[in-house]
Design a protein around this ligand. Structure first.
Ligand code: G1P
Length: 287
């Protein structure tokens, strides 16, 4: 086993793709059925053996931290009214995790957000989860990736095939398959406008060495005028083996309206209490 236990959640973005819903409410706090989006990512990290959770937040994002905190008044009121099941549900969330919160003071891009976690991470390898990327999988995506890291000791990013029209929306990798679902990465481009090196897109799960921090520090502004994590990762590719892992599971972009709706439908259909009734409802409107 390695000392891979820290997971960083960049949550400082404005959520413009979901305006006006996310004008005041952090996009990470929109509910996916009965849990906020961020909770799916946190549960995935915990289930994959990560116990040190770092949230990069910004002004207006305190609700994320409050959600995982104790709510004494609410707990007292539920206790007085003997609402034990509700109390258990609330209690489970506040006991779930202790969060280290770091503020990103300026929205300078994903690379910059990850860099602001450097002190909290220290000199250990760590994971990054982009909470907008919700992944429904038998085995948590991060756990699938952890295995590659533990076997190779090298950086790993999650990969998914996208259509040629979509490559300009993602970090795209070049390289070759390296056995099973592994891909040996030789190149990486953030949101290529043309000549994408493949159709394999980076999805928001990364396992990285601390050596990435000085590389981010040296990274100039890239696509969209932001300090891009992908550009720093590209520099890391030159320093040794770098793997992609074509994960098993279905990914939703819950940070935009259509992706969020698809995730809501699929998660609701799988919900133990709501699923059957919801399925009947969908059947009834389907004609
Ligand atoms: C970010 C990354 C990109 C990656 C994507 C996955 O982009 O910069 O490389 O493919 O997440 O969701 P964003 O969606 O923040 O523009």
């Amino acid at each position: 086993m390695t000392n891979l236990r820290t997971c960083v959640f960049p949550c400082a973005g404005f959520g413009t793709r979901f305006f006006p819903a996310t004008k005041v409410i952090p996009k990470e706090m929109l509910p996916l059925v009965d849990k906020p989006i961020i909770q799916y990512g946190i549960e995935e990290a915990l289930a994959s053996g990560f116990d040190k959770i770092v949230v990069i937040s910004s002004k207006g994002k305190d609700a994320i931290l409050d959600h995982f905190d104790r709510t004494s008044e609410l707990e007292r009121s539920l206790k007085e009214r003997s609402k034990q099941d509700l109390l258990d549900a609330v209690d489970a969330v506040s006991r779930m995790v202790d969060i280290i919160a770091v503020r990103q003071k300026e929205a300078l891009g994903l690379g910059h957000a990850v860099l602001s976690a450097a002190d909290a991470v220290g000199r250990e390898p760590f994971a990054v989860v982009l909470p907008d990327d919700v992944i429904l999988a038998e085995e948590p995506c991060l756990l699938q990736m952890r295995r590659v890291f533990e076997e190779t000791g090298r950086p790993v990013v999650a990969l998914m095939e996208v259509s040629p029209e979509e490559t300009s929306r993602y970090g795209i990798v070049g390289g070759e398959m390296a056995g099973g679902r592994r891909f040996r990465i030789r190149d990486m481009v953030e949101k290529p406008k043309q000549n994408a090196p493949s159709k394999l897109a980076i999805i928001g799960r990364y396992i990285l060495p601390p050596d990435i921090f000085p590389l981010i520090q040296k990274t100039e502004k890239g696509a969209g005028g932001e300090i891009q994590l992908t550009d720093a990762l590209r520099a890391l590719v030159d320093e040794g083996d770098f793997y992609g892992y074509i994960f098993e599971g279905k990914r939703y972009d819950a940070g935009e309206k259509l992706g969020y709706l698809k995730a809501t439908v699929d998660y609701a259909l799988r919900h133990p209490d709501l699923g059957p009734d919801f399925r009947r409802y969908l059947d009834s409107i389907h004609g």
